[in-house]
Design a protein around this ligand. Structure first.
Ligand SMILES: [Zn+2]
Length: 389
């Protein structure tokens, strides 16, 4: 692998701002998409552009292999915001073998490794065992519209895809299972009164306190049964709370946000419906006074959990490649979500793999170790050359 070339491509990518437009001042992925298109054009590789939103396109390049079977490499082009960063987010400064900047680790390092891997195979006339498609997609950091559009294209037969690697910082381990998420709000409604005569009102905050205590007991009792060997059991977190209008008024309303991380095998619809029904029966059993009620709102954000079999050919090929260049790499589970779940959802065996440490993602001085990006590029080449053999 050409180390200086990896450094050059990653520097180029980090120097192009691509903060997700969902963050204040976000430029979007447009210029990175243009860079990827130029890169593929220069190599003479065909590509298609999938429009996701105005000025937000997925770019899908193809390197033909010995068969039509297709291995997809997917990486998102957007980054999180740059507020609070302690260094130039777009400087791509290199110190002690580390390249610094927003997206350096999450996930421009993966995209750079994929681009250089494609370039290496093309320029050396290496014919991969399967056709390789590189999909640089938009909008992973907020609502995964990019991969969702890509998955829909695969589902309806518009793009062949037999296996996929999603590039995210995993320190060259393979994530073969990860959790899903559902976030919803619960609202309690009571009746206002002067706080000197609280018995004349119904305190929505105090009712919510009971609901929260119930939810914690409920999760502790119910969730261990859904434990997955690689991701662990589902979790529940009350992540936001608001309620009341004045210090001397009984609160008429209280609202919390609930974040549940589901394990592979669970469907968010079932998890949400069970939580809703359980809260309702708790409230009935507690015998709330008339005028007090609880509403469990439908989720405002959901994502699927995912898993791929540990002995899937994709996992075996990737692990062999990874351990060739970086010994000691293992297949593991993760508690967070990624684009991979949208691909497994349409039947594509998918794992998550890439250079960098997830602990560095979204940080004030985000960096990635260049040597690891070089090793990742070698792993991508090796996997393409041997997958399906
Ligand atoms: Zn990412």
């Amino acid at each position: 692998m050409n180390e200086s070339r990896v450094r050059e491509v990653l520097s180029d990518l980090v120097r192009i701002p691509s903060v997700n437009p969902g963050f204040q001042g976000g430029q979007g992925e447009k210029e990175v998409a243009a860079y990827v298109r130029r890169f593929l054009e220069r190599l003479g590789l065909p590509y298609e552009v999938q429009s996701v939103e105005p000025d937000r396109d997925n770019v899908i390049g193809t390197l033909a292999g010995r068969t039509d079977r297709c291995l997809l490499w997917e990486a998102h082009m957007d980054t999180v915001q740059t507020a609070g960063m302690t260094l130039d987010p777009f400087g791509a400064e290199v110190r002690d073998g580390r390249l610094y900047g927003r997206g350096a680790c999450d996930t421009k390092a993966s995209l750079a490794a994929m681009l250089v891997a494609l370039e290496t195979m093309k320029e050396r006339d290496m014919l991969p065992a399967v056709t390789v498609r590189l999909a640089a997609v938009v909008d992973e950091e907020i609502t995964y519209k990019g991969v969702s559009a890509l998955a829909e294209l695969i589902r309806c037969g518009g793009l062949r895809c037999d296996a996929a690697i999603v590039g995210e910082p995993t320190k060259l381990h393979a994530i073969i299972a990860h959790k899903g998420v559902l976030r919803f709000r619960i609202e309690t409604i009571g009746a206002a009164a002067h706080s000197s005569t609280p018995e004349k009102g119904v305190n929505a905050i105090e009712r919510m306190a009971d609901v929260i205590a119930f939810l914690k007991r409920y999760a502790a009792e119910r969730f261990p049964a859904s434990r997955h060997p690689l991701t662990g059991a589902p979790t529940l977190c009350i992540s936001m709370i608001e309620g009341g209008v004045a210090p001397n008024t009984v609160a008429e309303r209280c609202l919390v946000s609930v974040d549940i991380r589901t394990a592979p095998g669970q469907e968010w619809e079932d998890v949400w419906a069970d939580a809703r029904d359980s809260v309702a029966s708790f409230v009935r059993e507690q015998g709330w006074p008339s005028g007090a009620s609880v509403v469990v709102h439908r989720p405002f954000l959901t994502d699927f959990a995912m898993e791929v079999a540990p002995d899937d050919p994709l996992v075996l090929t990737l692990m062999a490649a990874s351990n060739t260049y970086a010994p000691g790499r293992v297949a593991v589970g993760a508690p967070y979500c990624s684009d991979a779940s949208k691909l497994t959802r349409v039947g594509v065996p998918t794992l998550v793999f890439g250079p960098g440490d997830i602990a560095e993602a979204h940080t004030a001085d985000e960096w990635v170790e260049l040597a690891e990006v070089v090793r990742a590029a070698a792993v991508f080449v090796h996997t393409a050359m041997h997958f399906g053999e």
